[in-house]
Design a protein. Structure first.
Length: 252
């Protein structure tokens, strides 16, 4: 079964080498420690991808469960786990249908994973599922790309990535009415005989206004404790490309 991002998963780490996972993990760890009121350290890494953040959070002392719907992404996450020896549990689940054996103390969802859902109704479904699986006093922290980024940065741009393992053509098509970007990825990998093998993936991202997201969180039973600019604790700006939401589930 193709659960999505199977082709992309082969090249994902090479195309995200610019992401400082250790720095981002430290940032999320600081927010968790400041806002979490539950006593446990079980953390759910939602849409964990190839497990880079899961590895970092486990290294910081969390009992990590990584959930992703892509077998390809999880296969690479398992390879990292085998190498590091960290006790991370990986589960293949759609984030709209997460079912865990118990509640968790913290949930993170990073690198605009929520933007990739098909609709805002799906985003709301994830919020409700997180609330159901979150311990009272627990926290849910996530990032999302903003309408500004979709409009002014991603737009209808074409990007070229030339890494050691693959040549990638990244082509965007922007729909302003819905703040939606349709992304076409074409990968060219050199084979042993010098020819190139071409493969591709299509991805769609939807961006939403912060107020719309905040209202949906409240409806799901999650209290918004902060909405920040990029990886800071500064107020969101008109030109913020990424927004960070810090939310929590009220204690009983």
């Amino acid at each position: 079964m193709d659960t999505g991002y199977e082709v992309f998963s082969q090249y994902y780490d090479g195309l995200t080498e610019n992401v400082n996972y250790a720095e981002r993990a430290a940032y999320f760890d600081g927010l968790i420690r400041r806002h979490k009121r539950s006593e446990g350290v079980v953390l759910l890494d939602l849409a964990c991808g190839t497990g880079s953040m899961s590895e970092e959070m486990a290294g910081l002392g969390y009992d990590v469960i990584g959930v992703d719907f892509s077998y390809g992404m999880l296969s690479r996450a398992m390879e990292k786990k085998m190498e590091s020896g960290l006790p991370i549990q990986y589960v293949c689940q759609d984030m709209r249908e997460i079912e865990l054996y118990g509640t968790v103390d913290a949930v993170i969802c990073t690198l605009d994973s929520l933007n990739h859902l098909d609709s805002f109704a799906d985003v709301e479904t994830v919020f409700r599922k997180v609330a159901e699986n979150l311990e009272p006093g627990g926290v849910f922290i996530f990032d999302m790309n903003t309408p500004y980024k979709h409009r002014e940065v991603l737009g209808s741009q074409i990007y070229i990535y030339d890494t050691e393992t693959v040549y990638c053509v990244w082509e965007n098509r922007y729909e302003p009415e819905q703040h939606t970007v349709h992304i076409r990825l074409d990968f060219f990998e050199q084979t042993e005989d010098g020819s190139y093998f071409r493969s591709g993936e299509e991805i769609t991202e939807h961006a939403y206004e912060p107020q719309q997201v905040a209202e949906a969180l409240e409806r799901a039973g999650l209290t918004v404790m902060g909405c920040y600019h990029a990886d800071t604790e500064e107020p969101l700006r008109d030109d913020s490309q990424r927004m960070i939401f810090v939310t929590g589930k009220q204690e009983d």
